[in-house]
Write a protein that binds this ligand. Structure first.
Ligand SMILES: [Fe+2]
Ligand SMILES: [Fe+2]
Length: 280
């Protein structure tokens, strides 16, 4: 099973030509499913979201999309932001903010970590409520044991090795505990515009870690010190191994190319460790 993990397209703040280059790279990669972990647009406008969807429709792969904090009305439009938070997203992108996708190898559960605002200054922050965690648990309970369990959520619960000053997913303690209980194998995020893949320790009843894949922005000029990129995730049928390859934009060649690579191995109780890391 091959997944392509693309994030933070940010239509409205696009690097010219990058979407076409991404399309060419994805044709080469030929994933079974394309996962988009939020921030399709820059300011949550209908025009931007339509542009994003028009682009996604030109891709041949089936797609799985969750929203990001940029996919709701911008902070200057307070009324729309709080009263019609998901109106445009639901109209243009998808009615379902938390989709579920399943085949005979993987089950992918989407969770919406975006919040319109709160009693804090940075409204780009996100978290999952207890109810959302209960829903994830209920989804997992019904799954056959042999499926790889994947959660897609925009805000990362762990910082990149290279560091960040931005907020991680809030209320992490109960998030980790819930993931430990349900045996999630892989968490896919975006938001930081940085690429990394690490084992994610999940404090809880069992001593276990899952794999965290955080993809950079694939197509936006809003960079955080590294080029545009996306991840390719390969999982063999046995699901005891996972290979993640980061593809990066190479200015000289004018194309996306494989760069960093990580391999993970699964042990008893769905505990994952990293076995190989080759950083670009
Ligand atoms: Fe973003
Ligand atoms: Fe974001």
């Amino acid at each position: 099973m091959r997944l392509a993990h693309v994030s933070d397209l940010h239509f409205g703040a696009i690097e010219p030509g990058r979407p076409d280059a991404l399309r060419r790279a994805l044709e080469q990669v030929a994933p079974d499913l394309l996962v988009v972990s939020g921030d399709l647009s820059q300011r949550g406008t209908e025009v931007e979201m339509k542009e994003a969807m028009e682009f996604l429709k030109t891709l041949s792969q089936p797609q799985f999309i969750v929203p990001g904090n940029h996919d709701i009305p911008h902070g200057h439009h307070l009324w729309a932001r709080f009263k019609q938070t998901w109106r445009t997203y639901r109209k243009v992108v998808a009615v379902d903010l938390e989709p579920v996708w399943q085949n005979d190898e993987v089950a992918i559960i989407g969770a919406n970590s975006v919040r319109a605002g709160g009693w804090y200054l940075d409204w780009s922050r996100g978290h999952l409520s207890r109810e959302q965690l209960r829903r994830i648990a209920a989804c997992c309970e019904q799954l056959p044991e042999q499926l790889l369990r994947v959660l897609v959520v925009h805000h990362p619960p762990a910082a990149p090795p290279q560091g960040t000053r931005r907020h991680l997913l809030d209320r992490r303690k109960r998030f980790f505990s819930a993931l430990n209980d349900v045996g999630v194998d892989l968490v896919m995020c975006g938001h930081f515009h940085m690429s990394y893949a690490v084992p994610l320790m999940l404090p809880g009843n069992l001593r276990r870690a899952c794999v965290l894949s955080v993809a950079s922005t694939a197509t936006s000029y809003r960079l955080e010190g590294e080029p545009n990129g996306f991840h390719v995730i390969d999982v063999p049928a046995t699901k005891n191994r996972m290979d993640i390859q980061a593809w990066q934009w190479e200015e000289q060649r004018g194309a996306f190319r494989p760069a960093s690579q990580w391999s993970f191995q699964r042990h008893v109780w769905r505990h994952w460790t990293v076995t190989r890391e080759r950083l670009a």
